[in-house]
Design a protein around this ligand. Structure first.
Ligand code: PLP
Length: 281
């Protein structure tokens, strides 16, 4: 575990690898919590307002009390008040706090955790692998960024074994859905297509900005249900996430994609330009 991380819990900076949470915290026992991951560039978090908004939505979706964003903000300031992180990750979580060992909840106070640390920049492109497990678009927590990420842990391990950067899930209807920590887009005949909210995906902040900025640049983007096998015929495939921005895909399992991907390159250029102009769009 990296000691270059700065960790803040419930108001105090703590030893990153020392004990800081109760063993009874409901996120530890049952995964009852929500979180956000934002990119840090030159010491500043990107798109924090949108991340805060989604954290509040995820908490409401889990039935947690409203999040004190002022307190979270103090944690963010505390972990960033150190050696400047040129490129890294800000991860903050709010959990159900100390609770019973089962899935029922006490009305204990929430646990707030904020962590910042450097991380390597993403590669220029990556491979995807399709995994046999599904996203459940009818799940009680569909679309919420909860700390119950064990399915993603298993799928990402499978992807790494296959030499891929991400694993792609279909939903229970067999439609293209998302990856473990990224959204997926395809380009077909010059049109950018991506699965819609009701496919069971997490509405990524990078997805949202990519769509907004692409449309503003005159590129047609449609959110629509897509068969999983569109990955076998699309002209271009790319994924989006907070730490990857817009990342071109050069292979989907055994299918190699062309090295030139003009639409993806254009969207990457548009994304980077807009992000450089405004760190909190
Ligand atoms: C399941 C899932 N889908 C998509 C994304 C991409 O979202 P964002 O662009 O907000 O990072 C994430 C982010 O980690 C995620 O966990």
């Amino acid at each position: 575990m990296s000691t270059t991380m700065r960790v803040w819990v419930n108001g105090d900076l703590v030893d990153p690898t020392g004990p800081a949470l109760s063993a009874l915290d409901h996120a530890v026992t049952v995964g009852d919590g929500v979180f956000e991951t934002a990119k840090i560039v030159d010491g500043r978090p990107f798109a924090l307002t949108r991340h805060h908004r989604r954290l509040s939505q995820s908490a409401a979706g889990l039935g947690l009390p409203p999040v004190d964003l002022g307190l979270v903000g103090k944690g963010v300031a505390a972990v960033l008040d150190g050696p400047e992180i040129e490129f890294g990750r800000l991860r903050y979580s709010v959990t159900g706090g100390i609770g019973p060992l089962g899935s029922d909840r006490d009305d204990a106070s929430l646990t707030h955790i904020v962590i910042a640390g450097p991380q390597p920049r993403p590669p220029e492109s990556g491979k995807l692998t399709v995994v046999p497990w599904t996203r459940n678009e009818r799940s009680a927590v569909a679309g919420l960024k909860t700390t119950s990420y064990a399915e993603n842990v298993v799928a990402l391990a499978r992807a790494k074994q296959a030499g891929a950067i991400e694993a792609v899930f279909a939903n229970t209807r067999g439609e293209l859905c998302e990856c473990t920590g990224s959204n997926v887009f395809v380009v077909v005949d010059g049109v950018v297509l991506t699965p819609p909210a009701d496919s069971g995906l997490l509405l990524g902040i990078t997805r949202e900005l990519t769509i907004e900025w692409a449309r503003a640049a005159g590129v047609e983007v449609r959110e629509e249900a897509l068969p999983l096998d569109v990955l076998q015929s699309a002209d271009e495939v790319f994924i989006t996430s907070s730490t990857k921005d817009v990342l071109p895909i050069h292979a989907v399992d055994d299918r190699l994609l062309p090295g030139d991907h003009p639409v993806t390159s254009e969207l990457l250029r548009v994304f980077r330009g807009n992000a450089e102009r405004d760190a909190d769009p």
